[in-house]
Design a protein around this ligand. Structure first.
Ligand code: PLP
Length: 396
């Protein structure tokens, strides 16, 4: 069933009886990733923020926001994936056991001397590249980052400032930037560390997704026994959403949360794939324009698409106005709720949730009651500070 409402469209998939996914992202993988992140000297869990007054005003039990805007000082969750995958790659190259090695192992001068030989390549619309640049700095490796046309100079500079990367803005779209990174890695004997998977390229993206599970495991602990009834996740290639969806459904097998996937209307590759209902991942081509830069991706990740197609409750394609509302609501909180700095890709799920809750028919269709507890992930802070200021002050 498909509903077109003002500013967004909703698709409730009729058939999700497709073959199960090969990959699993359960608590065992989260434990290993968290063990590594714990060993970083500046690791600290990010906050789980309760927007209790907002939840009360909208007549539900709770709205909980895992706030990744402060992660590692990078303003986004992405460094979790890049650092953990780099750790796993280097463990493999150096013959180290990832169950025993940790960040301290890489402080040994002899180990660092070997690490200096590795060069990492990636494509990004911002945050992943920043995470890779930062992680390469931690391990003492070189890194090269390719960005799609239209990427902002502020984001490019932030990538270089975060660590070792040389970052360039290319002329193609996101998928073309990925291809450039792949070819450059091949030509220069480097390692492609990409946050999406395709046929023949799965292991490294799986490690990246494992790394994201640290935030899921932290959130699960911080929920203090509450089981979320709804999980709202934003998707670019869907690696983060698929990983977290799988984690929470395995953590709460008796009551898996209803997962709602939010994408920009112009880059809604999961939505159109679900709409096709043939089980395949479909690509949205061209140069989509949206302020949700981190979600501006044309092709679902091959590892997580089978998880998403099998277990999502609804797919939503959202206009930019929805994330603007989310950003403003986070910035100007209700009652005694704390303010949260949420960027363009971080806030869309809050904007979407409020629109659903304001409409009685949608509220019912999504199964909201006064006891519902919703978990949202604010995946980024003000990664482009000038644009952020203009949006939350209502200028654009
Ligand atoms: C801030 C932010 N949120 C969400 C996402 C979406 O993650 P994924 O591409 O795994 O769907 C990204 C991806 O870059 C991002 O930067």
């Amino acid at each position: 069933m498909e509903l077109k409402v003002q500013d967004f469209s909703v698709l409730f998939p009729q058939n999700n009886r497709f073959p199960p996914a090969d990959a699993a992202f359960g608590p065992d993988k989260a434990r290993l990733a968290k063990r590594f992140h714990n060993s970083l000297p500046f690791y600290a869990p990010t906050k789980l923020v309760a927007l209790s007054d907002l939840a009360r005003e909208y007549g539900i039990g709770g709205i909980f926001v895992k706030d990744e805007s402060t992660r590692f000082g990078l303003k986004a969750f992405k460094g979790l994936g890049g650092s953990y995958a780099m750790f796993r790659i280097l463990c493999e190259k150096l013959g180290l056991d990832p169950e025993e090695a940790d960040f301290m192992t890489f402080q040994d001068p002899a180990v660092r001397a070997v690490c200096r030989r590795f060069r990492f390549y990636t494509a990004t619309d911002g945050n992943h590249g920043k995470g890779v640049s930062w992680a390469a700095g931690l391990f003492g490796c070189d890194s090269f980052v390719f960005m799609p046309a239209g990427s902002s100079e502020a984001r490019r500079r932030a990538i270089e400032e975060a660590g070792t990367a040389k970052a360039v803005i290319t002329e193609g779209n996101y998928d073309e930037a990925v291809e450039t990174a792949r070819l450059e890695a091949e030509k220069n004997g480097g390692i492609l560390i990409q946050d999406t998977a395709w046929e023949g390229y799965r292991q490294i993206p799986e490690w990246i997704i494992d790394g994201y599970l640290t935030l899921a495991a932290e959130a699960a602990g911080q929920l203090g026994g509450r089981v979320p009834t709804h999980l709202f996740l934003q998707a670019g290639v869907g690696a983060m959403a698929g990983g977290l969806l799988d984690y929470f459904r395995r953590l709460f097998p008796a009551q898996p949360p209803r997962t709602v996937l939010a994408e920009p209307r112009e880059a809604n590759c999961h939505y159109v794939s679900a709409q096709a209902a043939d089980g395949e991942a479909h690509t949205v081509g061209g140069n989509p324009v949206t302020i949700m830069a981190g979600l501006n991706c044309g092709t679902p990740c091959l590892v997580t698409w089978p998880i998403i197609r099998g277990h999502s409750f609804a797919f939503c394609a959202c206009d930019d106005i929805i994330t603007r509302e989310g950003m403003r609501t986070f910035a100007h909180p209700h009652g005694s709720d704390p303010a949260v700095t949420a960027g363009e890709s971080g806030a869309v799920t809050l904007g979407l949730l409020l629109r659903i809750l304001r409409d009685a028919a949608l509220r019912e269709a999504f199964g909201f009651t006064q006891d519902s507890n919703v978990l949202l992930i604010n995946t980024e802070g003000d990664t482009d500070p000038d644009v952020y200021r203009e949006i939350v002050s209502g200028q654009i």
